[in-house]
Design a protein around this ligand. Structure first.
Ligand SMILES: Nc1ncnc2c1ncn2[C@@H]1O[C@H](COP(=O)(O)OP(=O)(O)O)[C@@H](O)[C@H]1O
Ligand SMILES: [Mg+2]
Length: 252
């Protein structure tokens, strides 16, 4: 579904993405891990068109999307959860989701049969159920918890019915219990939604438990790719990442 081939991106002297080749099969659930500064967010920015690679190709279903504007890439089916709940502070959760669904329906008008007609409210209701947000559906976005705002961000991305969904640290800023709840929701929406899902996550226990495939980045390069067992037992990963007591503080 999504393939990166020899992607390079530098900022001045810093090579944030160093000849990265990765494959994300259709409907797979992958995690990208690595110390702070490893290039995880840069990778997402390259995929979404917010950054343009210096070289290399990014293929969505075999179409090279390098150089397309972010809005065009969204239309192609790559969604991303941003910290955007605040753009609808005066709307309720339900209204925000309805606005996102409506914008998507409008956006897809030219695609005609690709999207069966469905009531906007009904689709927003489905998203609320999927995310377990019924208790806060009628609250203003500005009044919901941090965790619910993160869920809403995911819902706004889902409203656009992405083929590929990117989640950059969906559990950031959450306590242990809330983290597991969030990642359970992510796993559930992947199981029910049939999409290629890629998430960035710091917590190893979560990654090992949830992801089918794990890609480890270090200094902008892919250090290892594999299942939880492969990664757990990879000597290079143990040395570079797992063996470090505070992996977040390893310098770039
Ligand atoms: N827009 C930018 N301008 C300059 N340097 C950047 C920019 N974005 C990222 N970097 C640098 O690229 C490296 C990778 O950053 P990032 O992708 O944010 O890492 P991660 O998400 O893994 O913590 C870091 O050294 C960071 O300082
Ligand atoms: Mg990051």
């Amino acid at each position: 579904m999504l393939r990166l081939e020899n992607v390079v991106k530098s900022f001045g002297g810093v090579v944030a993405t160093n000849d990265v080749s990765l494959n994300f099969p259709t409907d797979s659930l992958s995690a990208v891990i690595g110390p702070n500064g490893a290039g995880k967010t840069t990778l997402f920015n390259l995929i979404t068109g917010h950054l343009v690679p210096d070289s290399g190709r990014i293929l969505l279903a075999d179409e090279d999307i390098v150089g397309m504007a972010p809005a065009g890439i969204v239309r192609k089916g790559i969604g991303r959860a941003f910290q955007v709940a605040s753009i609808f502070p005066t709307l309720t959760v339900e209204q925000s989701l309805m606005a996102a669904v409506a914008s998507h329906v409008h956006m897809s008008e030219s695609l005609l049969t690709a999207f069966p007609p469905r009531s906007v409210r009904e689709r927003a209701g489905e998203l609320i159920d999927l995310l377990g947000m019924a208790p806060v559906a009628r609250l203003l976005c500005s009044n919901i918890s941090h965790g619910d705002q993160k869920l809403l961000d995911i819902g706004l991305a889902l409203a656009l019915e992405p083929r590929v969904l990117l989640l950059d640290e969906p559990t950031a800023g959450m306590g242990p219990e809330e983290r597991w709840q969030m990642i359970g929701t992510v796993r559930r929406l992947w199981e029910q939604g049939r999409m290629t899902l890629i998430f960035i996550e710091h917590d190893m226990d979560i990654v090992f438990e949830v992801a089918e495939t794990i890609h480890v980045l270090r200094y902008g390069s892919v250090l290892a790719t594999g299942s939880a067992d492969d990664i757990r037992n990879n000597p290079e990963v143990i040395e570079a990442y797992l063996g470090t007591e505070t992996p977040e503080e390893v310098p770039a």
